[in-house]
Design a protein around this ligand. Structure first.
Ligand code: AGP
Length: 609
């Protein structure tokens, strides 16, 4: 949700570094972009609606150069997608600000500032920050003090980067939104995440809420929210620049779909030691599942669907009761907290505000322990959790989550085995059998990827449709949900998912010859039930697209298209069946010529409510 990058260099022109950083951050928001450079006591700003490439063109035309600058990619919250609302925002040609987050009391601050004769040029909540800093500087405190005073007045979540016209420093502050410092020789940087900086440094400092920092070319100083200077550890990031490259693929989503066999294998091997699952490998902490009597899973979007799938595994294998709740709903509910409940959050980014706040609420509600399944090192949710189980998906750039989802599922399955093992609900023999099945998973995923030509043919039929229905039962119902989400997210076709048994309770009324119905139909104990549900659709003229196993035992006929994955892989089957629904959404989006990696109105990390 908006990306920030900035830097101060002793010798180098900062502009290409900012542009490169913004391109890497574009996945965080892509409706407008801008940069501001401090040059000879002047702020030079270039902004544009649309992609970073638009400001790139303007920069070349104006030959913009400088050694201190900040940049921003926007995902609109307050104010439409207009150039005047694009960041950076400037107050009185002196103070320049970029911001990620939402200032909840901006209307009150705006009234205050208007009374002080400040003129607002945008509809954003961010502009109050620029004017407030300018206002506090009038009595001549340092820029750092003015930013500090301003932060004390702000309510809501923010990460900000600020400079002024005669400065070669950037001041940054964070509260609820991510911000890192990139440390290098004779130049230092700031960014929303490491992806923006990997071309210049891999030495990073993760700022914490309440931190304020002053960045110069040869130094950086970090302060707490009382302006006492503090130290923060420098980490070496393992993210490599080539991980961000498209290589032979047309889109990041396609690349990430195809990276799943490797990502899954890496995730599995990270937790297996001498052939057995070793819970000590989860974040290096001693994890004792036997002390929990229940689990509450909190997550959003695709991560929530991973949680819904996991409920079946935990209850089946470990006999532990599990509730799964949408994070933004849990936050505002008077939840009754059972004793000895483990909170599990699931988040690819580790930044999703709804999930982070739900976790904080869960702690307030008396839950003592939390574990997160996350893909991003040192992210906000990781820092708030007692235990971390990292998905080894690698950087995921496409807005539509794919490899993060399947690696989350792998982590959750492994976790349910750990629960089963430590609660003595599984024999050693069965544990080893599951590990063996897990190790074969990448091969099954590869076979599912080989279904691409058939799925492409299906996709052509979908691209002319306005609606679609996804059906699944039991452990495959969450995969139907995920299929519907993927399709609507990137192809803009309205899609709904139902447990197939619910069809007759209402949605059957939608079925006619124009409604494609995707059915997840593996050869599990519910297959016969699913077949009956398919007949209900067929009898009403609906067109069925069935994703079956090699052994599901039914054939294609008029109005029923069938594709088959490998043999049925038991309770790991949802992970395999996730692949065809991802490929379907991808190819429908390609035939509809939508922007696959950056679908309209969305962003990768949702750091606002
Ligand atoms: C998935 O395709 C979506 N883009 C979205 O639903 C996402 O899963 C959700 O916003 C949660 O994100 P997180 O995993 O980073 O917390």
């Amino acid at each position: 949700m908006c990306g920030i990058v900035g830097g101060v260099s002793k010798n180098n022109n900062i502009v290409p570094i900012l542009i490169n950083g913004l391109e890497k951050l574009e996945y965080r928001g892509y409706d407008s972009a801008g940069i501001a450079i401090i040059n000879h006591n002047r702020i030079q700003r270039i902004r544009s609606v649309g992609r970073v490439s638009n400001i790139h063109k303007k920069i070349s035309q104006k030959n913009l150069k400088g050694k201190t600058g900040i940049g921003h990619t926007r995902w609109a919250t307050h104010g439409g997608v207009l150039e005047k609302n694009a960041h950076p925002h400037i107050s009185n040609n002196e103070i320049v600000v970029v911001h990620n987050g939402i200032i909840e009391n901006h209307a009150k601050l705006c009234d205050f500032l208007k009374n002080k004769n400040y003129i607002f040029k945008s509809e954003t909540d961010t502009e109050v920050i620029a004017h407030l800093i300018h206002y506090f500087r009038k009595n001549k405190p340092s820029l750092l003090e003015a930013v500090h005073k301003t932060c004390k007045k702000l309510e809501g979540a923010y990460a900000i980067a600020v400079s002024n016209k005669n400065s070669n420093e950037i001041i940054v502050a964070r509260n609820g939104c991510p911000l890192i410092i990139g440390v290098s020789e004779d130049q230092n940087f700031i960014a929303s995440d490491i992806s923006a900086l990997i071309s210049v440094t891999n030495n990073v400092i993760f700022l914490e809420d309440g931190d304020i920092a002053v960045i110069a070319s040869d130094s950086y100083k970090i302060f707490d929210d009382n302006l006492n200077q503090i130290n923060r550890k420098i980490y070496k990031s393992s993210v490599k620049e080539n991980q961000m490259e498209l290589g032979p693929y047309d889109h990041y989503m396609q690349k990430e779909i195809y990276e799943q066999p490797i990502a899954i294998a890496d995730t599995i091997e990270s937790i297996i030691d001498e052939g057995s699952i070793n819970p000590k490998l989860i974040g290096g902490l001693k994890f004792d599942a036997s002390k929990y009597e229940s689990i509450l899973i909190l997550a959003a979007g695709t991560s929530y669907y991973a949680g819904l799938t996991a409920k079946y595994w935990f209850e089946h294998l470990a006999k532990v009761p599990v509730n799964v709740e949408i994070a933004s709903e849990y936050r505002y509910r008077d939840a009754v907290t059972p004793k000895k409940q483990l909170i599990i959050t699931i988040s690819q980014s580790g930044e999703t505000l709804d999930t982070l706040e739900a976790l904080k609420q869960a702690k307030k509600n008396g839950n003592k322990n939390s574990l997160t399944i996350c893909n991003v090192q040192e992210s906000a949710i990781v820092r708030q959790s007692d235990y971390v189980f990292y998905t080894r998906a690698g950087v995921e750039i496409g807005v539509a989550s794919t490899k993060a989802f399947t690696t989350q599922l792998v982590c959750l399955f492994v976790l349910s085995l750990i629960f089963a093992k430590q609660r003595k609900k599984i024999t050693k023999k069965n544990e080893l059998a599951y590990i063996e099945e897990l190790r074969k998973l990448s091969g099954h995923i590869q076979t599912a990827l080989n279904l691409e030509p058939q799925i492409k043919a299906w996709a052509k039929k979908f691209s002319r449709k306005s609606n679609a229905l996804f059906l699944g039962r039991g452990i495959h119902y969450p995969i139907a949900l995920e299929g519907a989400l993927k399709l609507k997210e990137i192809s803009y076709i309205h899609a709904e998912a139902y447990p197939a048994g619910e069809l007759k309770h209402g949605p059957l009324a939608l079925v006619d010859k124009d409604l494609p119905v995707v059915v997840i139909a593996p050869n599990d104990k519910l297959l016969e039930k699913v077949k009956s549900n398919m007949q209900e659709v067929k009898a009403r003229g609906g067109e069925l697209f069935v994703i079956a196993d090699a052994d599901s035992q039914f054939d294609a006929e008029a109005g029923i298209h069938v594709i088959r994955t490998n043999r049925h892989v038991g309770i790991l089957s949802p992970i395999v069946h996730a692949i065809p629904v991802q490929l379907l959404a991808y190819h429908v989006a390609i035939s509809k010529k939508t922007d696959v990696d950056k679908p309209r109105n969305l962003a990768k990390s949702v750091t606002v409510e």
